[in-house]
Structure formats: C-alpha cells, structure tokens
Design a protein around this ligand. Structure first.
Ligand SMILES: Cc1ncc(COP(=O)(O)O)c(C=O)c1O
Length: 345
C-alpha cells in the first residue's frame, strides 16, 4: 500500500508530502525575520547545510533554480560563457534565467550521463581572442536528472575540474540530488563540494521536505548571493516554518539508499519481463528510464491501467517513461506496478 491516499506517484521525487514529524516541526518552529538574519531555524539550517558539504557559509533559497542562478550571478559577469552539458537543468529548465538575469550564455558539451572529460573541457575553453566570450564558469549536475539520475564519478570531476581551474574558471555543482550521488558511491558530499566554489542542493527532492534548497560556498560568495537573492525577490521573512522540515530532511539523508533499492527492484522487475525495456547498468540512483517500445502494449494503456490501480507515472515522449522512487513509494508499490504490466502482457 502506498503511503499517501493510496496513490503511488512515480513521476518525480518532488511529489513527497511532509511527514507528521515535519508538520509538527513547522508548527513549532522558532522564527524571526530572516532578511535581518534573525530567524534561528534558518540560521541553524544554513550552518548544518554548510557543514554537510564542508563549506564556510550557506544561503537558504526557495528553489534549486534560484540556488543555481545565484551561483551564476555571483561568479560571472554579463557577456561571459558558462560550460555545462547539453542536457543540464540549469541550461534547459530554468526559463533562460542565466541569460535573462545574469547576461551569460552557455557553451555546451554533449555530456552523456552528465559527464564531461578533461579533454573536452580543455578543448572548449582553449580560447585567446578578444572576439570571443570570456569563459568563466563550469557547472556540473550530479546526479544528472535527464540521463536518469546518473552519477558523475568523482575521479572524472577531479580531472576535469583541474583543467577548468587551470583555465581560470570557477566551478559550481548543481547538486539538487548530490546526496543521491553520495548514497550511490560512498564519495562524501564534502569531497564532491571540495571541487567547487559553490554547490546547491535541494531539500525538496529525494530528501523529502516540502520546500527549499540551499547554496553553499565561501563567506564572500554567499554574501554576494544574498544580494542577488534579495534582488530577485527571494528575501523571505519568518521562513523558519519551511527551514524546520528541511532540517529534518537533511538529518535523515542516509535514507536515500532505500530509494535506490526500490528503484533497483523496479528496474529488475521490468527487465526480467522485458530485457530491452531497461538498461540495468544505467540505474544508479532513484530513477529508472524505461523504453516502453519494448512492451507489447501501448504506453497509453499502461498509463491508464496503472491509474486505475492508483499508480501514477510520467512519460518522456511517446515511448520513454521515467520512474522515480522517493520516500512515499515502496516495494509494495513496485509489486502493484508490475502486476499491471503482467495483466497487460
Ligand atoms: C538537477 C536539477 N537542478 C535544479 C532543479 C531545480 O529545482 P527547483 O524545481 O526547486 O527550481 C531541478 C529540479 O528538478 C533539478 O532536477
């Protein structure tokens, strides 16, 4: 049985609802005006988050998009270029904020799985003419959402980041799901973040809080980010009410490995039935990308059949399905999903 209203929602890890413990913490949160730096719950969250990734400072933001954009705004100048993979969230799904807000453009690399090699980045930033934009920043996304929650390996990040540093670039990690990368690899968040000037991570994804993300970095960069946050209308007041569940989400981050186990169960269940449907090697964290073209029935029938059993899934085009695990789905829900596949087969 799913946890929420009998519905098992596999569309995204953003769909979790706050736990009773989180709701209680929201109701009881000590608050103050955070624009004056006087919300004790936010201050505690910022300290705990900075410590979790080994940075001196952090600023709480409403969304991951704002966290990424504050990093870009703080570390670039208008007219600069930012290097990232083609399918980066920061490039494709933030409504061109980098151009509209910070006046920068992206220089993209193919980046399958979110990965960029040292050679690729070296070639991309090898420029010496005044005709050309200044390339001033490299952005990693780890785990990489659109590739199906794939991990960018630490060793690759080390080698590629070194080349970027030699070229004078600053480095940001869009770590919306960095703790999924940690759970999958054993590399610590401090190690990943140690490669970058800034890292943002989301409380509202697999960590399971209702709202919020955080940007971590040096005191100077975070001070600059606070100005841009205010400029964008992100100066929030008695925001301890949302920082309180985020603190619980951060405290409980080790539970992400359970989501990975459920994703693996799901992937194996599908691959046992239809081997062409799932590339098991690509299932590294909490997402399973399914080629529904391998099923002998149309995707629409599957979506309808599952809906009839209270299972919600999302499609990525006519044949691809992305299934995401999180705190509010479990192994029983996987059984429920697979039973509908069996009925349609
Ligand atoms: C990798 C990545 N970065 C950033 C974001 C943006 O987060 P938000 O929706 O909180 O703006 C998302 C959201 O899905 C994401 O997947």
């Amino acid at each position: 049985m799913a946890f929420i209203d009998g519905i098992a929602d596999f569309r995204s890890d953003t769909v979790t609802r706050p736990t009773p413990e989180m709701r209680k913490a929201m109701a009881e949160a000590e608050v103050g005006d955070d624009v004056y730096g006087e919300d004790p719950t936010v201050n505690a969250l910022e300290e705990e988050s900075a410590a979790a990734v080994g940075k001196p400072a952090a600023v709480f933001v409403p969304t991951g998009s704002m966290g990424n954009q504050l990093a870009i705004g703080s570390l670039t100048r208008p007219g600069d270029e930012v290097v990232c993979v083609e399918a980066a969230h920061v490039r494709n799904y933030e409504v061109a904020a980098a151009a509209a807000v910070s006046g920068v453009q992206f220089r993209t690399l193919p980046g399958p799985g979110g990965r960029m090699t040292a050679e690729e980045v070296g070639a991309a930033i090898d420029r010496s003419h005044y005709h050309m934009p200044r390339i001033s920043m490299l952005v990693w996304e780890n785990t990489h959402n659109v590739s199906g929650g794939t991990v960018v390996p630490y060793d690759m990040m080390v080698a590629t980041t070194a080349v970027a540093r030699q070229g004078g670039l600053s480095v940001h990690i869009d770590g919306a799901r960095i703790f999924n990368a940690v759970a999958a690899t054993g590399t610590s968040a401090v190690e990943f973040a140690g490669l970058a000037d800034t890292i943002q991570f989301c409380f509202s994804k697999g960590l399971g809080a209702p709202i919020g993300s955080i940007l971590c970095g040096s005191e100077d960069v975070i001070e600059e980010a606070r100005y841009i946050r205010k400029r964008l209308g992100g100066g929030m007041r008695q925001v301890g009410v949302i920082a309180a569940p985020a603190r619980i989400a951060l405290r409980d981050r080790d539970r992400l490995s359970e989501d990975h186990e459920v994703a693996r169960l799901l992937a194996e269940g599908l691959a046992n039935r239809y081997p062409e449907a799932v590339d098991l090697a690509s299932v590294e964290t909490n997402m399973v990308v399914v080629d529904a073209g391998a099923f002998p029935f149309p995707v629409a029938e599957l979506v309808d059949g599952l809906a009839g059993r209270g299972v919600v899934i999302g499609t990525l085009g006519p044949r691809m399905i992305r299934l995401v695990t999180h705190r509010d789905v479990n192994a029983d829900d996987v059984v429920r999903l697979l039973s509908v596949v069996d009925e349609l087969s």
